[in-house]
Design a protein. Structure first.
Length: 550
């Protein structure tokens, strides 16, 4: 039985469920008011605690180093420990952070100083940085031929976790956020400890992987459609407790659906393995994935007698850019590609998170009702999910079929992001509904494209550390755009005793500035595209050779 559960498909489902459970920081709005009232905080103090939430979730260099240390033998490039160490560490940190916040809210411990509460929040949010690389990088290693799709799945479910946890709160804890804090302390910890054994790296590859990954993507889209219907119904009708429990049970059934897909995929893989035993040893070995990254293929490698591969390779420049395999963080930060990608992420992630953080105030300034604002906040998580899932899936298709490098999609999505910011700045009727769709989708796409591009350019050996280093771009961009631009201009335009501002002028100029920076990020991504396009020719040739051998 345990051997049946030891496969890359079960590892994928376990990672999906873990991703769905760790998004407690995305639901900060549920328990922030209780935190404020029980601790006698003013708004500025609560904002200070919230800042440590953002810092904790985006500064995961140490967690990346831990993941790299426990999963990579630098001499043989083989796993000698496992992702479970990172998952276990994240589970403990999550429990400690949320438990002490709950204990302070219910009075189990004496009211802590603000600095200590900031530490609790930082610890709870920081736990995510241990789980994310464990799930994402493990998925990349398990599905090396479909990096964009698997990253999109993992990032998508992470973005969806906030909406799922909100449904849990509505069904089980509505009106009792203190109990919800205890739930956040226990539930994600329990899920990670229960499933961490199954999150393993399996160095196998199959041409039918894409079919089953598409099925997992379809299951995710069905769940998103269901959540969207629930959000709309909740803003039109008042659902009673029994109705909420019924809708929650149906959500859990959708939540379990990836397991059936995994079992079907595993059964087909087993049947294919039995059939492949009739092949020669060389043919069987062609099904085994070489764990070295794609960039490690020597430019002169080719299949003897394969004219099509020779003709493709002949079109490549002999001076093709060689990017070192499995680069560590010190090597990565010394490359121009790192800084181009980092600057692009400051523009893309920073402008996106600045919009998300200020969407309520923007709605108030434009006289949107509270119901409309709540709908926008909920729907933003849906657009975020679609961007994370769709960008990875679409970029995989264009890379494999047309040879389009992924940095090109970073440029395209940031250009669309700038358009969305301009729409928000315009102030015309229903501008937020249109603008937030563009911003949410394009912001979510940055996370999937970032992980995919980094894994291909820098290798997967130290990818956890590298990704968490890139994640620092998000709070940097958020500070620049939210505090130094949006906050500064809003305060200048505000009037009255409550320092409020109403009208299109409150945010128009600041969002036009941010749109300009998003467009600058697009140009930086285009520069990265031109620098790496020859390298991506190698990616295409390597996959052609892999397809020939299989």
């Amino acid at each position: 039985m345990m051997e049946r559960l030891n496969s890359k498909w079960i590892a994928t489902v376990a990672s999906i469920w873990i991703q769905c459970s760790i998004g407690g920081t995305y639901t900060f709005g549920i328990y922030s008011s209780t935190l404020k009232s029980t601790q006698n905080y003013d708004q500025s103090t609560l904002e200070r605690v919230a800042i440590f939430k953002d810092i904790g979730s985006c500064t995961g260099v140490l967690s990346g180093l831990l993941y790299s240390f426990v999963t990579l033998d630098r001499h043989r490039h083989r796993c000698f420990c496992g992702p479970w160490v990172a998952l276990f560490t994240g589970a403990i940190l999550s429990f400690v952070g949320y438990f002490f916040m709950w204990a302070s809210v219910v009075g189990l411990i004496h009211r802590p100083p603000v600095a200590l509460m900031c530490l609790f929040m930082f610890t709870a949010a920081h736990s995510m940085t241990f789980s994310i690389p464990a799930d994402n990088v493990t998925g990349i290693r398990n599905f090396p031929a479909h990096v964009g799709t698997i990253v999109g799945l993992m990032e998508g479910y992470l973005g969806l976790s906030g909406a799922i946890l909100i449904q849990v709160y509505d069904a089980l804890f509505e009106g009792n956020p203190s109990n919800y804090l205890l739930f956040l302390a226990v539930f994600p910890t329990f899920v990670s400890l229960l499933l961490m054994y199954f999150v393993r790296i399996h160095d196998t590859n199959s041409e039918d992987d894409k079919k089953h990954l598409n099925a997992l993507s379809l299951a995710a889209l069905i769940m998103v459609a269901y959540l969207m219907i629930l959000i709309i119904l909740e803003n039109i009708f008042t659902l009673g407790s029994s109705e909420r429990i019924v809708t929650f049970i149906f959500l859990m059934l959708l939540f379990a659906s990836p397991l059936g897909i995994a079992f079907r995929a595993q059964r087909e893989d087993a049947e294919r393995l039995i059939f492949s035993q009739t092949f020669s040893t060389d043919e069987r070995n062609s099904l085994v994935y070489n764990p070295e990254p794609i960039a490690s293929m020597a430019y002169h490698d080719q299949l003897p007698g394969d004219d099509s591969c020779q003709s493709v390779k002949a079109t490549l420049d002999e001076n093709i850019i060689q990017i070192e395999e499995n680069m560590n963080l010190q090597q990565v930060i010394c490359t121009g590609n790192f800084w181009l990608l980092f600057i692009a992420m400051i523009c893309g992630l920073g402008s996106g998170i600045a919009t998300i953080n200020n969407i309520s105030q923007i709605g108030e300034s434009l006289n949107y009702t509270s119901i409309e604002i709540n709908s926008l906040v909920s729907l933003l998580s849906i657009w975020n999910f679609l961007g994370r899932l769709g960008a990875g899936y679409v970029s995989d298709i264009f890379l494999q079929r047309r040879g389009y490098p992924r940095p090109l999609f970073i440029a395209v999505t940031q250009a669309a992001l700038s358009v969305g910011l301009i729409v928000i700045a315009s102030g015309y009727p229903f501008n937020l509904y249109v603008g937030t769709i563009l911003v949410g989708v394009c912001y979510g796409s940055q996370w999937s494209l970032l992980a995919s591009v980094a894994s291909e350019i820098f290798g997967v050996g130290h990818l956890g550390t590298i990704l968490n280093t890139f994640a620092i771009a998000s709070p940097i961009g958020s500070y620049i755009f939210s505090v130094r631009i949006i906050g500064y201009i809003y305060d200048k335009a505000a009037s009255g005793e409550d320092n409020s501002c109403y009208g299109t002028h409150c945010f128009m100029f600041s969002f036009l500035i941010i749109a300009f920076f998003a467009l600058c990020g697009c140009l930086v991504a285009l520069l990265l595209f031109f620098r790496t396009r020859r390298f991506y020719d190698q990616v295409v040739v390597r996959r052609l050779l892999q397809c020939y051998r299989t």
